[in-house]
Ligand binder design. Structure first.
Ligand SMILES: Nc1nc2c(ncn2[C@@H]2O[C@H](COP(=O)(O)OP(=O)(O)OP(=O)(O)O)[C@@H](O)[C@H]2O)c(=O)[nH]1
Ligand SMILES: [Mg+2]
Length: 332
């Protein structure tokens, strides 16, 4: 049975050499047939793989996320790594100010089979993730060395994006330091790396970086008090995607965090905890708060890896079926 599923959906080695067209078709299949047991089983089989480094890029509209993504793609390809981008489409957004309409469209070499770009609609909230986004991240992670998840940050959606990536990079632009005090408490605790974009525009970038460092030291104190195991110090990197400055430093910081995850915090542990949150989020997306009330989520973070999170897509499917059949789901 498992073999047949893998044949139909490609095993991980085959995924890495799949054509863009075949990969696109497979993603469409995930988006439209998420309720099939074979699809859920397939996705769960991919969860067990280490896979690539999932990098979240978030930040306000127009901050320079797409321009940065394009620059990162270039550098990642230069190292011979395969890279995929999942862009959460902000086109339906209601805000965006002066920069609306000044968005960078990601164009990549159609002949380079090792770069793959896909955009997808947001979930419940602007910039948030749909239940399909989690399935697509799972697939892309198995097929690429680096997966970039680009999504506009609205002060609400960053938390959702954080649950889908290994390393979250928050982008802020010069002058944004002034608005730090207005940022929702807790947001500064989400990213593992902060990029101050458009550093070519002048000394304001340095001031902004200093303001951010100040805000970070306050939030770091609060978070280490809560959880002494959190030892990562968030680097603040000034970059210019258009001039190419600071990008190597940024990549080093992103990879430094990945290394930290691997040797200190544990990637498996992080992902297992995240997958419990995915289950909750998928249920919320499809069944709203009523669905959540019916759900009994096992306490995730303290469970040994391997017991929790491994079969989240099949658990979601089982929940959906029971919920739709009107049977109150029992715990498990
Ligand atoms: N001077 C300068 N301008 C930049 C830089 N990076 C991006 N921009 C400009 O900022 C504007 C917005 O850039 P995008 O990359 O589209 O920003 P975004 O964050 O992806 O925007 P949304 O997807 O609309 O949220 C464009 O006009 C870019 O050319 C930079 O490093 N320096
Ligand atoms: Mg963009």
């Amino acid at each position: 049975m498992r073999r047949a599923v893998m044949d139909e959906f490609y095993d991980p080695a085959a995924l890495r050499v799949l054509s863009k067209r075949a990969l696109s078709r497979l993603i469409t299949r995930l988006e439209t047939a998420g309720q099939e047991a074979t699809v859920a089983g397939y996705l769960d089989s991919l969860l067990g793989l280490d896979g690539g480094h999932v990098l979240g890029l978030t930040g306000p509209p127009g901050v320079g996320k797409s321009t940065l993504t394009r620059a990162l793609i270039h550098r990642i390809r230069e190292r011979g790594q395969r890279v995929a981008v999942l862009a959460i489409d902000p086109s339906s957004r209601v805000t965006g100010g002066a920069l609306l309409g000044d968005r960078t469209r990601l164009q990549t070499d159609p002949d380079d089979a090792d770069v793959f770009v896909r955009s997808m609609a947001a979930g419940r909230r602007l910039g948030g993730l749909s239940e399909h986004a989690l399935a697509v991240v799972t697939l892309l992670r198995a097929a690429f060395d680096v997966v970039i998840l680009e999504s506009v940050g609205t002060g609400q959606s960053e938390g959702e994006v954080a649950t889908a990536c290994d390393t979250l990079c928050l982008c802020m632009q010069p002058g944004a330091g002034d608005s730090l005090q207005f940022m929702k408490a807790g947001i500064m605790e989400l990213p593992q790396v902060i990029a101050v974009t458009k550093a070519d525009l002048g000394p304001a970038a340095r001031r902004t970086a200093a303001d951010i460092n100040g805000a970070l030291s306050l939030s770091k104190r609060a978070s280490t008090e809560r959880d002494p195991a959190k030892t990562w110090t968030v680097p603040v990197v000034e970059i210019s995607s258009t001039e190419g400055t600071g990008l190597d430093m940024l990549l080093q910081s992103l990879e430094g965090h990945r290394h930290h995850l691997q040797v200190v915090e544990g990637v498996g542990r992080l992902r297992a905890a995240q997958q419990e949150l995915w289950l909750e989020e998928m249920i919320r997306q499809r069944f709203g708060s009523f669905g959540l009330e019916k759900m009994a989520v096992p306490a995730a973070p303290d469970q040994p890896v391997g017991l929790s999170g491994k079969d989240v897509f099949q658990r979601f499917l089982a929940f959906s079926r029971e919920f739709e059949a009107g049977i109150s789901p029992c715990e498990s």
